[in-house]
Design a protein. Structure first.
Length: 306
């Protein structure tokens, strides 16, 4: 059986008006079209639904039995459509975002503020999680979009680079050999000029740490004994207290400045890593994602010395 909602609506209209002429006018279809639709409905149910004469259209007993069922089915369809419409409207008013804790505490509050000034009716829900958790959260629909430095692509995830970050060295003031250039937002130091202090590191499996270790290997410092922390904020905090030096991406610059460390851009070579927006492939994206991305890029360029 392949009964459509349109057929049921036409059936109920004809049952109420008991006139093909008036029902067709109200439904904005031809009488011939309405008659054909009712014949098809009767064929599918295997019985006559209306007794037709030249002057009157009356429900048969079988047609009368169909009326409450048709009304209930259409009511349930209308309710479902209303509920889904409300859900879609609510989704347009909320954006769920996943970022790593250091990014969340670095420049994302200001990015959210910039976005809110343009879209005051949209609530941004921030999830500060490890970046390894983000693909699963996107896949489940728990979040709409994630942000971070994802060096390796993941299956089912669409990855778009937004801007490049640099690697920075952070240390107590006076510990680094610095070069100042006109026009630079930050002083510079060379990898070979890193202070002879413990290098505070993330776990060796961390994708950014792998990039850092590749450069440390070039200066013979990749295999030194060093304190290891899971939190980039803790690396910066320990550097601020003199326990060593930290090497962090420039998206962490606002956090570093709040801890009062000295910050220098590492050069010879300059090492860039991309900052990405990630979403689930094939998903229809909320329309507010792109304006939010614009706020993220604008704020990062202002605050992170890109």
């Amino acid at each position: 059986m392949n009964v459509s909602a349109r057929q049921l609506r036409c059936f109920l209209t004809l049952a109420r008006l008991r006139s093909f002429t008036r029902a067709a006018e109200q439904l904005h279809i031809t009488q011939a079209g309405l008659s054909a639709m009712m014949r098809d409905l009767e064929t599918q149910f295997g019985c006559r639904l209306f007794d037709r004469t030249t002057r009157v259209v009356a429900l048969t007993p079988e047609g009368a039995q169909l009326v409450p069922s048709a009304e209930r089915m259409l009511a349930e369809l209308n309710y479902a459509a209303l509920r889904m419409g409300n859900t879609a409207a609510a989704a347009r008013r909320q954006l769920s975002v996943a970022v790593s804790p250091v990014v969340a505490s670095s420049f994302f509050p200001e990015a959210c503020e910039d976005f809110a000034s343009r879209y005051p009716d949209v609530t941004v829900k921030l999830h500060d999680v490890n970046k390894e958790q983000m693909p699963a959260m996107l896949e489940s629909g728990e979040v709409d979009v994630g942000f971070g430095s994802f060096l390796n692509p993941a299956a089912g995830i669409d990855r778009v680079a937004l801007f490049n970050c640099h690697l920075l060295c952070v240390a107590q003031p006076g510990r680094m050999t610095l070069t100042h250039r006109a026009g630079d937002a930050l002083p510079r130091t060379r990898w070979k000029q890193l202070p002879d202090l413990p290098i505070l590191a993330a776990p060796a499996t961390d994708t950014t740490q792998i990039l850092i270790d590749a450069q440390l290997a070039q200066i013979g410092r990749a295999h030194e004994e060093r304190p290891t922390y899971h939190s980039m904020q803790l690396i910066i905090a320990m550097a601020a207290r003199g326990f060593g030096i930290g090497i962090v991406p420039s998206f962490a610059l606002p956090v570093a400045l709040r801890f009062g460390v000295e910050v220098a851009r590492l050069q010879a070579p300059l090492v860039d890593l991309a900052f990405y927006r990630i979403v689930r492939k094939g998903r229809e994206l909320p329309p507010t994602i792109e304006p939010f991305v614009q706020s993220v890029v604008k704020t990062a360029k202002t605050m992170c010395a890109l």
